[in-house]
Design a binder for this molecule. Structure first.
Ligand code: PEP
Ligand code: CO
Length: 446
């Protein structure tokens, strides 16, 4: 089967928000041409598999767990870090599958989440103004003029760092670590002593018993031994994602092979903007973040542009309304989209609408607000008879103190203890498990 070649550069004619000002465009061109010659990080067929999974979500038969760092860093691409993030995701997924009784589609904000949109182009500290940090793919976190200068060589490092991370993630999820018989092993560290960890241990014991029963019945499906895991990132820096777009030899269709799923952020979803145009040309499953100012007309126009054939699994809306807005802002959107007959999966990002600055100056979020937004998301869908299809979160496998609340009752004064994020505050391991248990309860009572 072959298709008409599509113009993958049509976005270049349109305004592209949030792009770096590269000081040396010939260096950028050299990097882009090198990226174009590098192997794909994922295969188009895998992207299609994820699309099939997301189609099930849109039909109400599965639930998405999407999460990871707000901003990955090159320094953070270590074996321990990747393992601990996966461990947290696996624990959350098990809670949702077992306690929520729903198949979980596992998608990491990993192996490519290196670029950040910023609300201000510059940052001022002590009277000094420098370009804002835009993620390791663009510039450095250190507050010096050299570090903050965008450097296209970072696009290549982002590719290699993604490759290393994805390789490890594939090894962990296919090579025995994700085996269900490991449910206890994922809990053997600091988290085991938290209230959520103890609750998890109880659940893991029940799973053990169920496994022993299945074993006695001679049932031993492959799903017990490996996990299907997908990568995703915000495709913000269009030169990067364009350079990693390849035409699939099976179908003749283009895929952004830097990740299985890519999404458009709240700040770059302009209908006549470059990001929406670029996304309309690739065939991956895609997401679009929708904030509280989204009108139903915007949502319907995004559907027309991004999924004109109404292909199930192609388009996921990631609602990030804020706990105080979700119950008002979401219903009309969901209702109008539903009435249009469009098949989309709805998932809830309970993080980005709930950020505030603590007196210490740390950007933070309250776990209670996160839980409340998720509860509001479920209420809205329940009232409309639609499917609350998943959550999209920022978390880490570490014991950080970036969000307040949770089993260890982190308070605002604790934030400085272990505040390590390169961008937004993440849930720590215990808070992530707290959230998973809450979501499982909400799902069961759906
Ligand atoms: C993010 O996901 O880190 C982000 C910047 O989100 P949003 O586009 O929803 O603000
Ligand atoms: Co973020």
């Amino acid at each position: 089967m072959s298709a008409e070649p599509t113009n993958l550069d049509s976005w270049r004619e349109l305004p592209a928000a949030q792009q770096p000002e590269w000081p040396d465009t010939s260096a950028l061109e050299r990097v882009v041409s090198e990226l174009q010659g590098l192997p794909p990080l994922v295969f188009a067929g895998e992207c299609d598999d994820l699309k099939v999974r997301l189609a099930a979500v849109a039909r109400g038969e599965a639930f998405v767990l999407q999460g990871g760092d707000c901003a990955e860093t090159f320094a953070g691409a270590t074996a321990d870090n990747v393992r601990d993030k996966l461990k947290t995701l696996l624990q959350m997924a098990i809670v949702l599958t077992y306690a929520g009784r729903v198949p979980v589609v596992k998608i990491g904000r990993v192996a490519g989440q290196f670029a950040k949109p910023r609300s201000k182009p510059t940052e001022v500290r002590g009277g000094v103004e420098l370009p804002a940090y835009r993620g390791d793919m663009v510039n450095g976190f250190d507050f010096t003029p050299e570090s903050r200068e965008p450097d296209p060589a970072r696009l290549l490092r982002a590719y290699h760092s993604s490759a290393v991370t994805l390789n490890l993630a594939r090894a962990f999820t296919k090579g025995g670590y994700a085996d269900l018989r490991q449910v206890h092993a994922w809990n053997q560290d600091f988290v085991a002593e938290s209230p959520a960890g103890r609750r998890y241990e109880q659940l893991a014991r029940e799973i053990d018993q169920a496994l022993a029963f299945m074993h006695a019945c001679r049932a031993d499906p492959e799903e017990f031994h490996t996990v299907e895991f997908y990568s995703s990132h915000e495709a913000l820096i269009l030169d990067y994602d364009r350079a990693l777009t390849r035409v699939d030899s099976r179908t003749g269709l283009p895929y952004d092979v830097s990740a299985h799923m890519v999404w458009i952020g709240e700040r770059t979803r302009q209908l006549d903007g470059a990001h929406v145009e670029f996304f309309s040309r690739i065939r991956n499953p895609i997401g679009v973040k929708l904030g509280p100012t989204t009108s139903p007309e915007d949502a319907l126009a995004l559907i027309d542009k991004l999924n004109p054939a109404n292909e199930p699994g192609r388009l996921t809306f990631i609602a990030r309304m804020g706990a105080s807005r979700v119950r008002d802002a979401l219903p009309t959107l969901v209702e109008k989209v539903q009435a249009s007959g469009a098949q989309v999966a709805w998932i809830c990002d309970p993080m980005h609408g709930n950020t505030f600055e603590a007196p210490s100056g740390h950007k933070t979020r309250r776990l209670d607000d996160v839980l409340d937004e998720v509860a509001g998301f479920f209420e809205v869908h329940r009232a409309l008879g639609t499917h609350p299809g998943g959550i999209h979160i920022e978390f880490t496998g570490d014991d950080v103190t970036e969000c307040v609340g949770g089993g260890h009752a982190i308070v605002e004064e604790d934030l400085a203890l272990r505040y390590e994020t390169a961008c937004d505050p993440r849930l720590n391991r215990g808070q992530s498990l707290d959230l998973a248990f809450r979501v499982a309860e909400l799902y069961r009572s759906n």
